[in-house]
Design a protein around this ligand. Structure first.
Ligand code: SF4
Ligand code: SF4
Ligand SMILES: [Zn+2]
Length: 252
C-alpha cells in the first residue's frame, strides 16, 4: 500500500514504520513435534519453513500473547492454536495441508510449498501457533517491507522554455509538458534525485523536500490487510506511550 502522511515529525513517521515491522502482533507457528519425517529435508528445515508460513485469523483479538494470557504462558486455547499436518508421497506438501483445530485460522496462501515427498515418504507433525510480534522473531513480522521518503515540492519558474530535457531525464516520469511548460504531475513518484535540475539550462526548476510529509510504501506478508496493519501500528504506539506515561507517573 502507498499513502501520504502529512503534518507529522520524522520521528513519528519512523515510529509507524518500525511498529509495522516489530509491534503489530500476528500468529505464526511457534512449536512443532515431528512424529515422522522421511522426506529429503532435515527436521530443522521443515520446522523453519512452517514457521515462515503467514497465517490469517478471522479475529486476531480473540487470541492473547502468551505472556499476557490468563494461563501465564503455560498454553491454552486463549493463546495458542493447535494444528496437524499429515501427508504421504508422492506429491508436494503445501501450506493448505496445515489443518488448524480452530477453523477461523488458516494459512494466508494455499500453495506455499513445504516439501516434495517421494513414493512412500511421510510427514506427520503436530504443533501450535502463537500470537507475538516481530520484535520477538521475524516470523511474527506483519510488515515485510516498510519504507518512506519525504514528499517533494517542485516549482517551475516562468522562464521555462519547454525544451522537455527534464521530462526526458526523469526516471520516475514525474514531469510532463502543459501549455509548453514543464509541470510536476506525478509528484508522489519523485525520488528527489535532482537529475532534472542538472538538465535544466534555464535553471527554472526549484526542488525541495517537504519535511513533515512522507510517502509510505508498506508491504505485508498476507497475514492481514495492510490498511489494518498500519491502523494497528498506530494503536500499538499509543499503547506504548500510555505505558510510558503510567511508569513515569509511578516515578514522580
Ligand atoms: S528529482 Fe528526479 S525523480 Fe524528481 S522530478 Fe527530478 S528527475 Fe524526476
Ligand atoms: S529542462 Fe528546464 S527549461 Fe526545459 S522543460 Fe524542463 S524546466 Fe523547462
Ligand atoms: Zn493461554
Amino acid at each position: 500500500m502507498r499513502f501520504l502522511l502529512s503534518g507529522v515529525s520524522a520521528a513519528f513517521a519512523n515510529g509507524i514504520r518500525r511498529a509495522c515491522m516489530s509491534e503489530v502482533p500476528i500468529l505464526a507457528i511457534d512449536d512443532i513435534s515431528l512424529y515422522d519425517n522421511t522426506s529429503v529435508l532435515f527436521d530443522e528445515q521443515i520446522s523453519l519453513r512452517l514457521g515462515l508460513v503467514p497465517l490469517q485469523a478471522e479475529d486476531l483479538d480473540v487470541f492473547s500473547r502468551p505472556e499476557e494470557c490468563q494461563c501465564k504462558g503455560e498454553g491454552c486455547p486463549g493463546c495458542r492454536v493447535d494444528f496437524m499436518l499429515s501427508s504421504e508421497g508422492p506429491g508436494m506438501v503445501y501450506s493448505k495441508d496445515i489443518q488448524f483445530t480452530d477453523s477461523s485460522v488458516k494459512p494466508a496462501f494455499d500453495k506455499i510449498p513445504i516439501v516434495i515427498l517421494g513414493e512412500g515418504e511421510k510427514l506427520v507433525i503436530e504443533g501450535f501457533a502463537t500470537k507475538r510480534v516481530g520484535r520477538d522473531h521475524s516470523k511474527w513480522q506483519a510488515g515485510t517491507l516498510c519504507g518512506y521518503k519525504n514528499l517533494a515540492s517542485i516549482e517551475v519558474a516562468p522562464d521555462c522554455d519547454g525544451c522537455e530535457k527534464c521530462i526526458e531525464i526523469c526516471p520516475r516520469h514525474v514531469l510532463s509538458l502543459e501549455q509548453n511548460k514543464a509541470k510536476a504531475t506525478n509528484i508522489l513518484e519523485c525520488s528527489l534525485c535532482k537529475l532534472c535540475i542538472g538538465e535544466c539550462e534555464a535553471k527554472a526548476i526549484k526542488l525541495e523536500s517537504i519535511l513533515d510529509s512522507f510517502v509510505y510504501t508498506i508491504e505485508g506478508s498476507g497475514t492481514m490487510p495492510v490498511k489494518d496493519m498500519v491502523a494497528r501500528s498506530a494503536i500499538e504506539i499509543k499503547n506504548r506511550a500510555s505505558d510510558l506515561d503510567a511508569k513515569l507517573a509511578e516515578l514522580s
